[in-house]
Design a protein around this ligand. Structure first.
Ligand code: PLP
Length: 427
């Protein structure tokens, strides 16, 4: 219950809750979030494991952070831009909030040829930040649907904004969110015929955590669903470069009519190793309008101009280098490396008799534990192998029974991890 949760929070933060207090009332929407914390809980269990086994050599296939160095064609461009800042010719201060035009145009030409123009695209410090800024733009009176399971930022920002009700411990869902179960039974694509109308629909393909990527026919159905309901689709294409299935579009704008309903957000994080460097972008087509005919683009432009001062100029030089011929080749090599990790991990679990999903068009392998609680499976894996994975339920209630294994890792760690899985789970 809520009081119990608050008490538990207070207990865990006991030191900080004591003493002088201001007169400021806590934002109750943020208070609702406490129940759903994934990575701190993982760290707590990992900490306990390490306390019991101080010599354990932990391998993390958990959080989904990149591990491979940035190709030097890209880092050199950032280094040159950085040194250039020390010269009068190379110096620049505030730039356009939506990003440097050459980068916007190159992104459009590379990822949306003939579909989107550079001026419809906002360059940013990453996709996660754009998701929050989109939510700020939508405001708290919209209704939201999410894939279940999905990347936690959609739900958590909806909760923070006040779009949802309380967390319901009985079904581990927040009230007023339409959860769209994505399970092996429906090929990880929601049953739209039984999904209620919402204002906003978040959809991620390839999906984090399931690794499922939607086909053209499925995306046509999704766009038609949004159009019928007059909803805005927020399409997260953060992993689109990982897609190899030719039936799966790499952008929502390959679907006819998508420009009237869809915003697309994407990122350099998982294709260029920019998780720490920070660079992403979001497309808001001119054709996308609110019910009163006002272009959504204008409002997002206003939000970006007010809340953001443009991505780092040094990093934008890196982004442009990513999109050069040499940069693209280097990024594909990087992606191929992680995809090979994914293939090896998937094969390992397949050979051990597990049912696995994903891991082909995405850097995540979704391993089924046949309905067993995923926290229990996560803990068992950690105890038996000293490997940190991610419990599926952390991505939504329909993720229970699964564990996500990330393919982001050094090759030697992946090989060691596979050896440990084989030893621990051999039948
Ligand atoms: N979208 C999805 C589906 C992700 O998994 C992630 C990162 O893990 C992001 C967005 C965040 O990307 P960025 O690093 O650009 O903020």
């Amino acid at each position: 219950s809520r009081p119990q949760r608050i008490a538990a929070n207070r207990a865990s933060l006991a030191v900080r809750c004591e003493g002088f207090t201001t007169q400021v009332k806590r934002n109750e929407n943020i208070g609702k979030l406490a129940a759903g914390y994934l990575f701190p809980e993982i760290n707590r269990i990992k900490g306990e494991h390490l306390a019991k086994n101080p010599d354990a050599e932990i391998i993390s296939l958990g959080i989904g952070d990149t591990t491979e160095p940035i190709p030097d064609v890209i880092s050199k461009a950032m280094s040159e831009a950085s040194l250039g800042l020390s010269t009068p010719e190379g110096y620049s201060g505030y730039g356009a909030e939506a990003g440097q035009m050459p980068l916007r145009e190159k992104l459009a030409e590379t990822f949306y040829p003939g579909m989107i123009e550079g001026k419809q695209l906002f360059v940013s410090d990453g996709s996660k930040c754009d998701i929050s800024r989109l939510q700020m733009m939508f405001g708290n009176s919209v209704s939201v649907a999410v894939q279940d399971p999905s990347y936690p930022a959609y739900v958590d920002t909806s909760v923070m904004m006040g779009m949802t009700g309380e967390f319901d411990a009985s079904n581990t869902q927040y009230k007023n969110i339409a959860y769209m179960p994505c399970l092996p039974e429906n090929n990880f694509f929601p049953d739209l015929a039984n999904t209620p109308r919402t204002d906003i629909v978040f959809f991620c393909s390839p999906n984090n955590p399931t690794g499922a990527s939607a086909t053209k026919a499925q995306l046509e159905e999704l766009v038609a669903f949004c159009k019928k309901n007059g909803s805005i689709l927020v399409y997260d294409a953060a992993y689109s470069i990982y897609i190899e299935n030719e039936d799966c579009p790499k952008t929502i704008y390959e679907i006819e009519g998508a420009k009237e309903v869809a915003i697309e957000t994407a990122s350099f994080s998982k294709m260029a190793g920019f998780t720490g460097v920070r660079l992403g972008w979001t497309v808001v087509p001119a054709e996308l309008k609110y019910s009163d005919g006002w272009p959504v683009f204008n409002d997002f432009n206003r939000v970006m101009g007010t809340c953001f001062n443009g991505a780092s100029n040094v990093v934008q030089a890196g982004g442009l280098a990513c999109l050069s011929d040499e940069g693209m080749a280097a990024m594909y090599e990087l992606v191929a490396f992680y995809k090979e990790n994914a293939t090896m991990l998937k094969k390992c679990f397949d050979d051990l008799g597990f049912k696995t999903y994903g891991g082909v068009d995405a850097p995540y392998v979704w391993v089924s534990f046949e309905g067993r609680p995923s926290w229990e499976c996560f803990t068992e894996i950690l105890e038996k192998t000293d490997i940190v994975t991610t419990p599926g339920v952390g991505f939504g209630p329909a993720g229970d029974g699964f564990v996500r294994v990330s393919a982001f890792g050094r090759r030697e760690n992946v090989i060691t991890a596979i050896g440990r899985f084989q030893k621990a789970f051999a039948k």
